[in-house]
Design a protein around this ligand. Sequence first.
Ligand code: PRP
Ligand code: MN
Ligand code: MG
Length: 182
Amino acid sequence: MHNDIKEILISKEAIEAKCKEIGRQLTKEYDGKFPLAIGVLKGAMPFMADLLRYIETNLEMDFMDVTSYGDAMQSSGEVKIVKDLNTKVEGRDLLIIEDIIDSGLTLKYLVDLFKYRKANSVKIVTLLDKPSGRSAAIKADLIGFEVPNEFVVGYGLDYQEKYRNLPYIGVLKPKIYGGEEI
Ligand code: PRP
Ligand code: MN
Ligand code: MG
């Protein structure tokens, strides 16, 4: 375990099993369709890569890079597009892939944008859901795990751009972000 991690919340094995389970479900839901899977960079990258290997329908991939946190611990509330899609979404069945939903502001912004761009359907799959952080009315269609109100990192999730490469989801030691030790 990385020295800055207090505890592992979700193991590599549990993530793998969940990707299989969600992949099977999405295979059924998109049977006979040609969805566009949209990864929300950067956090969704590992989950997207692992999940898509278990979806057996044809699909297309694209990426959107949006950010609202920067290096801060809390969302600024303002979502910024760093990189837009290359694909037209009009009439398409979209599957937005996220690593975590916290305030919900990132996804609310994306869902509204894709509806405005006339997508046929928009589904959300997220590895983690932190319902305690929610301020926008947004719900994922598929959720891997619910997490408590702690600062989690790993498997795509960062703190100041670090820890995205950890193969598990862990809780950061408070001293790393200048918090109180409990
Ligand atoms: C994080 C995370 C989600 C979003 C969730 O991304 O990856 O995309 O915040 O928070 P919200 O529900 O409060 O909007 P971030 O903006 O840190 O960019 P990153 O993925 O590049 O780390
Ligand atoms: Mn993100
Ligand atoms: Mg981040």
